[in-house]
Design a protein around this ligand. Structure first.
Ligand SMILES: CC(C)(COP(=O)(O)OP(=O)(O)OC[C@H]1O[C@@H](n2cnc3c(N)ncnc32)[C@H](O)[C@@H]1OP(=O)(O)O)[C@@H](O)C(=O)NCCC(=O)NCCS
Length: 266
């Protein structure tokens, strides 16, 4: 079985379209949304949110956090609605006991999974028919204590590989490792209830088809797929999904681009 990972930038045209989207078996769709592009769309996005989501939004103190939440959850509803062929407001979400959001009911026998991540001015949404899917994105920012975090939270295999990364590249490498680990614990839904040092994501040994391996306690490596991607030059991301797949086809901007309007740094 071959998996196909496609990354697309969510644009104004996607915002206004309601034509159905097709998610075939074996596909993973990643959508990247730059929040500043949709800042003026706040009122329209807010209208799409459920009562519970609106309450959550009101609890944010900063305007930028409210904007990012509205963009993340509004575009999630737009895209999920187009995949499911229902209006965005009618998409019904619930949370698993571990906090992972999922669809409240499936309209068909086919599974439909999604996951979202946000950092700074970027939201990434992932969709697939593989049931266990996780995505994580991080803005690459100064992180003075990255070495201590790596010492505490990286698996011993990762720590050894991390130390061999040249010092000048280590901060970026830290975020690469971090997003891979978070993508995995988000795919399983365990979040931080799984100790991050109980498993490793390979940086050196790449599985067939360009994917990275995952190993460690209670993990069958052959069942898991992991891929790093670069949504824009100052971000890094990773997607993990559970499937016995051996080959990977990629399309879109997996290797990154400079977003319209230049850098996202403020
Ligand atoms: C879910 C978790 C694993 C990831 O959170 P995060 O990296 O902070 O945030 P992300 O933006 O990537 O993901 C948040 C989204 O994941 C989803 N999510 C929540 N719980 C989840 C779970 N158990 N499994 C999968 N996805 C989950 C939600 O959609 C959430 O979005 P929302 O809050 O707008 O509803 C969280 O448990 C966590 O607290 N992580 C620690 C983050 C941290 O310490 N970061 C340091 C960076 S160096």
């Amino acid at each position: 079985m071959m998996s196909h990972i496609r990354i697309t930038e969510f644009t104004e045209a996607h915002f206004v379209s309601d034509s159905p989207l097709v998610l075939a078996d074996g596909e993973v769709h990643l959508w990247q949304v730059f929040t500043q592009t949709f800042q003026s769309r706040g009122p329209k996005l807010n209208q799409l949110l459920s009562g519970e989501e609106s309450d959550q939004l009101k609890r944010f103190y900063f305007e930028k956090d409210r904007t990012r939440f509205a963009v993340a959850h509004g575009t999630l509803r737009i895209l999920a609605g187009r995949y499911l062929n229902i209006p965005p407001r009618l998409v019904n979400f619930r949370k698993q006991s571990n906090g992972k959001p999922e669809l409240a009911e499936y309209r068909t026998a086919e599974s439909f999974s999604f996951n979202l991540s946000h950092s700074h001015q970027l939201v990434v949404l992932a969709f697939s028919r593989y049931p266990n899917l996780g995505v994580d994105v991080e803005y690459i920012r100064p992180m003075p204590d990255f070495q201590q975090i790596a010492d505490c939270y990286f698996h011993e295999n990762e720590r050894a590989a991390f130390q061999s990364v040249p010092l000048c590249k280590r901060e970026k490498a830290f975020f690469d490792y971090w997003t891979r680990k978070e993508a995995f614990v988000k795919a399983t839904g365990e979040g931080l209830s799984r100790p991050l040092n109980s498993f490793f994501t390979s940086i050196g040994s790449v599985k067939q088809g360009g994917m990275l391996g995952i190993g460690g306690e209670r993990i069958i490596t052959a069942d898991w797929n992991l891929l790093s991607f670069t949504p824009a030059w100052d971000y890094t991301g990773a997607v993990a999904f559970e499937a016995r797949t051996s080959l990977l086809k990629e399309s879109g901007h997996l290797m990154g681009k400079v977003p319209a309007g230049g850098t996202n740094r403020q």
